[in-house]
Write a new protein. Sequence first.
Length: 209
Amino acid sequence: MKIGKLGIMGGTFDPIHYGHLVAAEMARSEFNLSKVLFIPTGIPPHKNRSDISAGELRLEMVKRAIQDNPDFTCSALEIERQGPSYTVDTLRILSRDWPEHELFFITGTDALREIFSWREAEEILTLIQFIGAARPGFDASDFLEQVQQEHPDSLEKIHYLEVPALAISSTDIRYRVKHCQPIRYLLPEPVRLFIQEHNLYRSSAKSKM
Ligand code: ATP
Ligand code: MG
């Protein structure tokens, strides 16, 4: 018997920005989630490791970004894990730790379109549902049609969520910092200050904490 709903927002968060926070907040409200758990990825299997800031730095930015929202929390579960990080392993742990909660994995529509290429995708869909938040440039309608045809049983577990679309990405923020362009108002001010203090994204060699 499930008594509550937990949102899970996974991401590299290098750095976290308002696109992530708006998607999480709108999903929380629309789906009555009691909490949203932000989980910075460990070593993502599909990203080049040397390209990514240390997990501790990414986690600290998440903490600063969510500090004023009592419904948001974060977990070091993935960054503390050794080796490549697969979402299915995390979800198995979370479904064990939150047995009385229905789990909802929140993604942008770019990530949503990829979920069937994730390791053990079918297994993932037995553990959780997906909420795909609109992201500019990534239309979900073709994907949803494809799901209807190829994975009809999964359709009821994949929800599309219209949110005020924000064309913000971490890639663009890193580019802006590197090229001395402004990032203020793209992300929470405490995160902007953290980037400044730690001199992140200034050069291609990423800081280690
Ligand atoms: P990068 O450019 O480094 O890939 P990103 O901005 O895409 O960074 P991620 O950490 O890769 O951020 O994304 C984590 C999750 O947040 C993904 O599911 C992604 O789709 C979603 N997301 C990121 N930015 C937005 C946005 N502007 N609107 C909606 N969802 C977003
Ligand atoms: Mg991304």
